[in-house]
Design a protein around this ligand. Sequence first.
Ligand SMILES: [Cu+2]
Length: 154
Amino acid sequence: MTLINHTRANPFIHPFEEFSRGKKIFITINSTYMKSQIKIFGFVYTILITLFTANTFANSLHNETATFKVYGNCEMCKKRIESSLKGNSAIISAAWDVKSKVIKVVYDPHSISIDKIHQLIAEAGHDTEKVRASDGTYKKLPGCCQYDRKKISE
Ligand SMILES: [Cu+2]
Protein backbone atom coordinates (compact mmCIF):
# COMPACT_ATOMS: atom_id res chain seq x y z
CA MET A 1 0.00 0.00 0.00
CA THR A 2 2.89 2.37 0.74
CA LEU A 3 3.90 1.96 -2.91
CA ILE A 4 1.04 4.23 -3.98
CA ASN A 5 2.91 7.22 -2.85
CA HIS A 6 2.44 10.13 -5.18
CA THR A 7 5.56 12.00 -4.37
CA ARG A 8 6.98 12.98 -7.72
CA ALA A 9 9.63 10.30 -7.85
CA ASN A 10 10.28 10.85 -11.53
CA PRO A 11 10.02 14.45 -12.69
CA PHE A 12 10.39 13.41 -16.37
CA ILE A 13 6.97 11.81 -16.74
CA HIS A 14 3.54 13.38 -16.73
CA PRO A 15 1.80 13.32 -13.32
CA PHE A 16 -1.15 11.43 -14.85
CA GLU A 17 1.12 8.71 -16.24
CA GLU A 18 2.84 8.50 -12.90
CA PHE A 19 -0.55 8.12 -11.27
CA SER A 20 -1.64 5.38 -13.70
CA ARG A 21 1.66 3.55 -13.22
CA GLY A 22 1.05 3.72 -9.50
CA LYS A 23 -2.41 2.31 -10.07
CA LYS A 24 -0.98 -0.60 -12.06
CA ILE A 25 1.47 -1.35 -9.25
CA PHE A 26 -1.43 -1.25 -6.79
CA ILE A 27 -3.50 -3.68 -8.92
CA THR A 28 -0.55 -6.09 -9.24
CA ILE A 29 0.10 -6.06 -5.50
CA ASN A 30 -3.57 -6.42 -4.77
CA SER A 31 -3.99 -9.48 -7.02
CA THR A 32 -0.84 -11.09 -5.59
CA TYR A 33 -2.24 -10.46 -2.12
CA MET A 34 -5.55 -12.00 -3.16
CA LYS A 35 -3.80 -15.01 -4.71
CA SER A 36 -2.03 -15.70 -1.43
CA GLN A 37 -5.33 -15.20 0.42
CA ILE A 38 -7.01 -17.70 -1.91
CA LYS A 39 -4.14 -20.16 -1.35
CA ILE A 40 -4.46 -19.80 2.44
CA PHE A 41 -8.24 -20.15 2.24
CA GLY A 42 -7.89 -23.22 0.01
CA PHE A 43 -5.44 -24.78 2.45
CA VAL A 44 -7.64 -24.11 5.49
CA TYR A 45 -10.70 -25.34 3.58
CA THR A 46 -8.91 -28.60 2.63
CA ILE A 47 -7.91 -29.19 6.27
CA LEU A 48 -11.46 -28.55 7.49
CA ILE A 49 -12.97 -30.92 4.92
CA THR A 50 -10.39 -33.61 5.80
CA LEU A 51 -11.10 -33.26 9.53
CA PHE A 52 -14.84 -33.34 8.95
CA THR A 53 -14.61 -36.45 6.76
CA ALA A 54 -12.29 -38.21 9.23
CA ASN A 55 -14.61 -37.33 12.11
CA THR A 56 -17.69 -38.56 10.25
CA PHE A 57 -15.87 -41.79 9.40
CA ALA A 58 -14.70 -42.27 13.01
CA ASN A 59 -18.24 -41.65 14.26
CA SER A 60 -19.71 -44.14 11.81
CA LEU A 61 -17.38 -46.80 13.25
CA HIS A 62 -18.82 -46.18 16.72
CA ASN A 63 -22.46 -46.30 15.65
CA GLU A 64 -24.54 -49.41 16.07
CA THR A 65 -27.54 -50.67 14.16
CA ALA A 66 -30.45 -52.43 15.85
CA THR A 67 -33.44 -54.07 14.19
CA PHE A 68 -36.47 -55.23 16.17
CA LYS A 69 -40.27 -55.46 16.00
CA VAL A 70 -42.47 -52.52 16.88
CA TYR A 71 -46.24 -52.91 16.72
CA GLY A 72 -48.32 -50.49 14.69
CA ASN A 73 -50.60 -50.32 11.66
CA CYS A 74 -50.17 -47.49 9.23
CA GLU A 75 -48.21 -44.55 7.88
CA MET A 76 -49.37 -42.45 10.85
CA CYS A 77 -47.86 -45.06 13.16
CA LYS A 78 -44.66 -44.91 11.11
CA LYS A 79 -44.40 -41.17 11.65
CA ARG A 80 -45.15 -41.49 15.37
CA ILE A 81 -42.68 -44.34 15.91
CA GLU A 82 -39.87 -42.70 13.97
CA SER A 83 -40.36 -39.25 15.46
CA SER A 84 -40.30 -40.73 18.98
CA LEU A 85 -36.60 -41.33 18.30
CA LYS A 86 -35.58 -38.71 15.77
CA GLY A 87 -35.58 -35.82 18.26
CA ASN A 88 -32.81 -37.56 20.20
CA SER A 89 -29.26 -36.51 19.28
CA ALA A 90 -27.96 -40.07 19.92
CA ILE A 91 -30.18 -41.42 17.14
CA ILE A 92 -28.57 -41.26 13.72
CA SER A 93 -31.52 -42.69 11.81
CA ALA A 94 -34.75 -44.58 12.44
CA ALA A 95 -36.89 -46.28 9.82
CA TRP A 96 -39.95 -48.44 10.54
CA ASP A 97 -41.45 -50.67 7.89
CA VAL A 98 -45.26 -50.77 7.84
CA LYS A 99 -45.45 -54.31 6.36
CA SER A 100 -42.78 -56.16 8.35
CA LYS A 101 -43.26 -54.02 11.54
CA VAL A 102 -39.49 -53.97 11.88
CA ILE A 103 -37.61 -50.85 12.84
CA LYS A 104 -34.00 -50.22 11.88
CA VAL A 105 -32.28 -47.81 14.25
CA VAL A 106 -28.75 -46.48 13.85
CA TYR A 107 -27.57 -45.00 17.13
CA ASP A 108 -24.56 -43.97 19.19
CA PRO A 109 -24.25 -46.65 21.91
CA HIS A 110 -22.16 -44.29 24.07
CA SER A 111 -25.07 -41.87 24.36
CA ILE A 112 -28.15 -44.09 24.44
CA SER A 113 -28.89 -47.68 25.47
CA ILE A 114 -30.98 -50.12 23.46
CA ASP A 115 -33.41 -50.35 26.41
CA LYS A 116 -33.89 -46.59 26.34
CA ILE A 117 -34.69 -46.78 22.62
CA HIS A 118 -37.41 -49.38 23.30
CA GLN A 119 -38.73 -47.23 26.15
CA LEU A 120 -38.97 -44.09 23.98
CA ILE A 121 -41.01 -45.96 21.37
CA ALA A 122 -43.30 -47.43 24.05
CA GLU A 123 -43.83 -43.93 25.49
CA ALA A 124 -45.22 -42.92 22.08
CA GLY A 125 -47.83 -45.71 22.43
CA HIS A 126 -46.23 -48.52 20.46
CA ASP A 127 -45.31 -51.91 21.96
CA THR A 128 -41.86 -53.22 21.10
CA GLU A 129 -40.35 -56.67 21.50
CA LYS A 130 -39.00 -55.62 24.91
CA VAL A 131 -41.21 -52.85 26.27
CA ARG A 132 -45.00 -52.68 26.40
CA ALA A 133 -46.65 -49.28 26.12
CA SER A 134 -48.87 -48.23 29.04
CA ASP A 135 -52.60 -48.88 28.49
CA GLY A 136 -53.32 -45.17 28.92
CA THR A 137 -50.90 -44.15 26.17
CA TYR A 138 -52.15 -46.94 23.90
CA LYS A 139 -55.79 -45.85 24.32
CA LYS A 140 -54.90 -42.29 23.32
CA LEU A 141 -53.81 -43.48 19.86
CA PRO A 142 -56.25 -42.76 17.00
CA GLY A 143 -58.57 -45.72 16.31
CA CYS A 144 -56.81 -46.70 13.09
CA CYS A 145 -53.51 -46.89 14.94
CA GLN A 146 -54.74 -49.18 17.74
CA TYR A 147 -52.94 -52.31 16.67
CA ASP A 148 -54.00 -55.73 17.92
CA ARG A 149 -52.18 -56.26 21.21
CA LYS A 150 -53.26 -59.91 21.58
CA LYS A 151 -50.62 -60.84 19.03
CA ILE A 152 -47.84 -59.91 21.41
CA SER A 153 -46.43 -62.96 23.13
CA GLU A 154 -45.36 -62.15 26.66
CU1 LIG B 1 -51.40 -45.74 12.60
